[in-house]
Ligand binder design. Structure first.
Ligand SMILES: NC(=O)c1ccc[n+]([C@@H]2O[C@H](COP(=O)([O-])OP(=O)(O)OC[C@H]3O[C@@H](n4cnc5c(N)ncnc54)[C@H](OP(=O)(O)O)[C@@H]3O)[C@@H](O)[C@H]2O)c1
Length: 229
């Protein structure tokens, strides 16, 4: 018997999230893909169910925040959010609340796009918040919690991000800059991260597992080797 699952995707309008959405909609093991969005996505699909929510009031939507597998690609930057606390509200507050509500509704698997260097004990605010959100989700009690810690993400964006443009140029023109111990800093395509997230969700996992860029790349290579990419 083929059991077809449901997915909840948060951050579907972002770089990783929109690729995740494409892969989830194409993945036959999902019969429904729910998204929580601030503004409706300009896409229609028989499997897609969009919920336009006020992220300040997530508890009001507790009945729809659930699925078998939760994919979280939500996040902002301190610059975009306007302050450290506004950034923490999104990357820690909203994310942890969604994880808690989805768990209460029976979700078993949570996939989080965190970031390289995530560490609740870090002196770097960004890394500390990413570490704290990981800790908070780990405490929910999911059967499996898959954490993706990419280095700099590459891909098309509406807005310009200087760091990413620089990373893109470096990896294109100076690929040898990311060898040896610097290999782990090599920028990675948001599309590759999304692809691996959706592929990996189809495997059986127990407990917390961390996927840094090199591991994501290696998993991607393995799947391509199998001719499924
Ligand atoms: N950029 C990098 O190089 C990098 C590197 C490592 C890890 N990461 C992490 O990877 C994750 C995904 O990154 P990304 O570059 O794909 O993100 P992104 O393109 O900036 O997209 C972020 C998503 O979060 C949503 N979002 C942002 N602020 C929100 C708010 N206040 N309320 C509700 N939704 C909000 C956005 O929705 P709207 O469209 O409505 O704004 C969008 O769907 C993030 O957690 C990021 O921190 C990024």
């Amino acid at each position: 018997m083929i059991i077809r699952k449901t997915a909840l995707l948060v951050g579907a309008s972002g770089l990783v999230g929109r690729h995740c959405l494409d892969f989830l909609l194409a993945e036959t093991s999902y019969r429904e893909v729910r998204v929580l969005v601030r503004r409706p996505l300009d896409i229609e699909h028989p499997k897609l169910v969009q919920y336009q929510v006020n992220f300040e009031l997530l508890g009001d939507y507790k009945d729809v925040i659930g699925a078998d597998d939760v994919f979280c690609c939500l996040g902002t930057t301190i610059k975009k959010a306007g302050s450290k606390s506004a950034f923490a509200k999104v990357d820690l507050g909203y994310t942890a609340e969604i994880a808690r509500l989805a768990f209460n509704n029976g979700a078993k698997l949570f996939l989080l796009v965190s970031a390289m260097g995530a560490d609740p004990g870090s002196r770097i605010f960004y890394n500390r918040i990413k570490g704290e959100v990981e800790e908070s989700i780990a405490r929910c009690g999911y059967d499996s919690f898959l954490v993706f810690r990419p280095s700099l993400l590459l891909g098309e964006r509406k807005e310009r991000r200087f760091g990413e443009e620089l990373g893109q140029m470096l990896s294109r023109w100076l690929p040898f800059a990311f060898t040896g111990f610097l290999k782990k800093y090599r920028p990675i395509a948001g599309k590759m991260v999304a692809y691996v997230m959706v592929e990996i969700a189809g495997n059986q996992w127990q407990g917390k597992h961390i996927f840094e860029s090199e591991k994501i790349r290696s998993f991607y290579g393995q799947v391509q080797g199998l001719g499924r990419a």
